[in-house]
Design a binder for this molecule. Structure first.
Ligand code: IPE
Ligand code: IPE
Ligand code: MG
Length: 246
């Protein structure tokens, strides 16, 4: 029996999020430029997207560029932006063939105009696709997202649109960039780093975490399956006892 057959299609994460890390180290290990690592990372992105859609995962969110990544060398940032634009143009066909809708979260106003334009175009063209929602986190920082949500809510209170007493989890959810997405069920981080790096802090409150030693450019279907199999072996108790779950 192949590994794929051991995955239970009825117990897939509804929302899988991935911190795609290790492009730079992957390149360095082979004496190559960091940017070559990013280029090779785009192949892992395509393979992962296709596999998630085929499996039936409804929501996949990829951490592609953080608010902190703006502090990287100018040349690296420029290369990443160019790669994003190139990938959007090249992979529109992949999204259409697999019935995938593109979505984006983050402080998108910070992105270069050309990248914003390309994003909007691909989002518009794929808006009626239903197999999977692919969300790219771009210029994304969870703290920035929470600050912006707090400002929007405070403004509504000030203008008597909502009362302080009505503020609850659901109101906060509605003001986050992820307002239309369910909570994260499984979070994968590659490259052996065990940290969250300002990604979806609110949304991962009860996510299962999976850390892979593999550098992102080497991430293939077998690594995805390994994470999913690990996820399916876990008991998610959400604060209850094991007996209550059974
Ligand atoms: C992830 O790989 C890609 C981005 C953060 C944009 P890195 O570029 O962080 O690679 P390492 O962590 O330096 O190896
Ligand atoms: C997190 O990776 C951001 C993305 C994967 C886009 P980083 O490589 O930027 O994170 P740190 O700096 O190692 O925490
Ligand atoms: Mg990194």
């Amino acid at each position: 029996m192949s590994v794929l057959n051991t995955i239970n299609k009825d117990n897939l994460p509804k929302h899988l999020a991935i911190i795609m890390d290790g492009n730079g180290r992957w390149a360095k290990q082979q004496g190559l430029l960091r940017t070559i690592g990013h280029e090779n990372g785009t192949k892992s992105v395509r393979i992962t997207i296709e596999n998630c859609a085929k499996l039936g995962i409804e929501n996949l969110t990829l951490y592609a560029f953080s608010t902190e990544n703006w502090n990287r060398p100018k040349l690296e940032v420029e290369t990443l932006m160019k790669l994003l634009i190139k990938s959007l143009q090249k992979e529109l066909i992949t999204l259409q063939n697999n019935n995938i809708r593109l979505n984006a979260i983050g402080n998108l106003d910070m992105m270069p105009k050309s990248a914003q334009k390309e994003l909007l175009e691909v989002m518009e063209k794929t808006k009626n696709n239903t197999q999977m929602t692919l969300t790219l986190a771009l210029s994304y920082g969870s703290r920035e997202e929470i600050v912006s949500a707090v400002k929007k809510i405070a403004d509504k209170v000030k203008n008597n649109i909502i009362s302080i007493d009505s503020i609850d989890d659901s109101i906060i959810n509605k003001h986050l960039y992820t307002q239309n997405l369910p909570d994260v069920d499984l979070l994968i981080r590659t490259s052996g780093e065990h940290r969250i790096s300002n990604f979806l802090l609110w949304q991962i409150a009860y996510a299962e975490l999976f850390f892979s030693e593999v550098m992102w450019p080497d991430f293939r279907e077998e690594h995805l399956y390994e994470a999913l199999i690990s996820y399916q072996k876990r008991e998610r108790r959400f604060g209850k006892t094991s007996e209550q779950i059974k």
